[in-house]
Design a protein around this ligand. Structure first.
Ligand SMILES: O=c1ccn([C@H]2C[C@H](O)[C@@H](COP(=O)(O)OP(=O)(O)OP(=O)(O)O)O2)c(=O)[nH]1
Length: 181
């Protein structure tokens, strides 16, 4: 089934439902940058997403553990765009729940099931139930680029200074034992 977008300025992300219980993504408020992704299955229970009747689940993520979830749909972004998946701020701030891969990059040509891998960096077990919103995603422009090998790069004031070289966050002596960055 397809539907049209009511906002003439909005770009269209095609969303293909892969599971009847998938919560199709939507923005929580009119001005929200991201739309939320909800868990529909635990990846270890349905690795290839062949189980069509995934029962309700309640999966505890123990401190230090990583668990991957299916969100139950695949996407096709408009040409020139990709999706990026981010942690929910509240999950990170209150529970230490973050994406195991930092930021999920959904390639524009990826047509497989969207997955979210959560990691518990907190000290308490964290419960995820079917339908819970576990991450958020936004559409981002991907400019076509070509990588060209050169002998020299343009000189700048910063030069090779990095990793705290401007003062804030400078490496301590202990940190720098492993070498200058
Ligand atoms: O959080 C994520 C990250 C990625 N993907 C999907 C979409 C993406 O296009 C594909 C591959 O991701 P990525 O390129 O980051 O993974 P890789 O480990 O570099 O593997 P690959 O060799 O497939 O590029 O996996 C997700 O479903 N969720």
């Amino acid at each position: 089934m397809s539907s049209t977008n009511s906002n003439p300025d909005a770009l269209t992300i095609k969303v293909k439902r892969l599971h009847p219980d998938a919560v199709l993504p939507k923005h929580q408020t009119a001005g929200a940058a991201c739309f939320d992704l909800a868990a529909v299955a635990v990846h270890e229970d349905a690795p290839d997403f062949e189980i069509t009747d995934v029962l309700s689940f309640s999966r505890c993520i123990c401190p230090g553990e990583r668990v991957t979830f299916h969100v139950g749909f695949s996407v096709e972004p408009p040409p020139g765009y990709a999706l990026k998946v981010y942690s929910r701020s509240g999950h990170g701030a209150h529970h230490g729940i973050v994406l195991a891969n930092g930021t999920g990059v959904i390639d524009p040509d990826y047509r497989g099931p969207l997955k979210v891998c959560l990691q518990n960096n907190g000290s308490e077990p964290f419960l995820v139930k079917k339908g819970d919103r576990i991450a958020q995603a936004m559409l981002e422009r991907v400019h076509p680029v070509e990588l060209v090998e050169v002998d020299e790069l343009t000189e700048t004031a910063r030069g090779a200074g990095g990793f705290g070289s401007t003062g804030q966050g400078a490496a301590s002596e202990a940190d720098s034992e492993g070498g200058e960055l």
